[in-house]
Write a protein that binds this ligand. Structure first.
Ligand code: UD1
Length: 351
């Protein structure tokens, strides 16, 4: 007997749904026919993204979206959301995510990221909802011995509190399943999400000076910053600069939709890498972005950044074999869409 429900019968709670990856995933889910409830405290996101989502998905699908401004640590607020919506599964993105800040503010990072997750699963349990996808990170692999990374590669020590929260939340959700095998847990380990929605209506909007490479490159391209700082050119890679597996945020979003379909009617704990399987260096990114924006972008070489690994990229065969998902976009597509977003919205959502 097929116990899987149609997407129209399912309502997905998306924590952090107004953020970069969350908003792109919400678009994907609405297009697939799900009802979606976003809970986001807007501490690192703009309410304007909600109108952009509506524009992209159109009036009909937009009727299936609701938004609650609340902190996921707020148990009463979460219980209210579950009391007033028949949530069938949860995708949990909400959390603090700045690596450097996490080193300076470990208490805030551990408190926020762990307490919100514990509150969420507690309320889920009380409402009989036991299906969760968690936004994890390739950071749990630490400095890898063997590439590409498979889901069976060992978890290693994280290099910062942000990474540890991902590491620990994976463990918490795994323990939860051990305690009650009805839980249905999918841990998605993202590699480096970049790009933006091809419409140019949604993209990454970091506050202050970007920590991550591509948002920084995009701000140099649009004239907000002078030059890219390349952290290290003495790594053992094809051109000496660090290598990462960059993945288009829309591919990441479709990976969540694929996971939701795949997990429907199951229980267990399953881990999937979401990447492209291809490693690109910092200089590869600069070359591709320069082509996208039509000018040579200036860069300066700097010493290595503490905590950075030489290279990491994914083996994504498991996601393809089990969920039928694989990334569609290449680095040039990602840079083209990042540039389209940045040039149309030089000041992000506030522009
Ligand atoms: C970082 C986090 C990772 C997190 C991810 C989210 C660390 C150690 N890791 O990954 O935990 O999940 O962001 O997207 O911070 N680079 C430059 N100049 C810059 C910025 C970066 O040369 O201004 C280089 C880095 O040295 C690295 C590459 O670009 O080789 C990518 O860096 P970044 O975009 O910050 O991502 P990660 O460090 O891979």
């Amino acid at each position: 007997m097929d116990t899987a429900a149609t997407t129209q019968e399912q309502c997905v709670l998306v924590t952090g749904g107004a953020g970069f990856i969350g908003s792109h995933t919400v678009v994907e889910l609405l297009k697939d026919g799900y009802s979606v409830v976003i809970v986001d405290d807007l501490s690192n996101a703009s309410e304007k993204v909600l109108d952009r989502i509506d524009t992209i998905v159109g009036e009909e699908a937009a009727k299936n979206l609701s938004f609650y401004r609340a902190d996921v640590c707020d148990k009463e607020a979460l219980a209210y959301i579950f009391d007033n919506n028949t949530i069938t599964s949860v995708i949990h993105f909400a959390g603090y995510k700045a690596v450097g800040e996490s080193v300076a503010k470990p208490i805030e990072y551990y408190t926020n990221n762990l307490a919100s997750t514990l509150t969420l699963v507690d309320v889920m349990r009380e409402h009989g909802c036991k299906s969760i996808i968690f936004s994890s990170s390739a950071t749990v692999y630490g400095d890898p011995d063997v590439l590409p990374l498979t889901e069976a590669s060992p978890k290693k020590n994280a290099t910062n509190p942000y990474g540890w929260t991902k590491w620990m939340i994976e463990q918490i959700l795994t323990d939860l399943h051990s305690s009650d095998p009805e839980w249905n847990v999918v841990l998605l380990r993202y590699f480096n999400p970049i790009g933006a929605h091809p419409s140019g209506l949604m993209g990454e909007d970091p506050k202050g000076i970007p920590n991550n490479l591509v948002p920084y490159v995009a701000q140099v391209a649009v004239g907000k910053r002078d030059a890219i700082h390349v952290y290290g050119n003495d790594y053992d890679t094809h051109d000496g600069t660090g290598v990462r597996d960059y993945i288009h945020v829309c591919d990441l979003a479709s990976g969540h939709a694929a996971a939701l379909k795949w997990m429907d009617g199951r229980s267990g704990v399953e881990i999937f890498n979401l990447g492209t399987g291809k490693g690109s260096s910092v200089l590869d990114v600069i070359t591709s972005f320069s082509a996208a924006c039509g000018k040579e972008l200036p860069y300066v070489m700097e010493p290595r950044r503490a905590g950075d690994v030489t290279a990491n990229y994914a083996n994504c065969i498991k996601a393809k074999e089990l969920m039928g998902w694989e990334a569609q976009f290449n680095l040039d597509d990602m840079c083209r869409d990042s540039w389209n977003w940045q040039s149309n919205n030089p000041n992000g959502y506030e522009g």
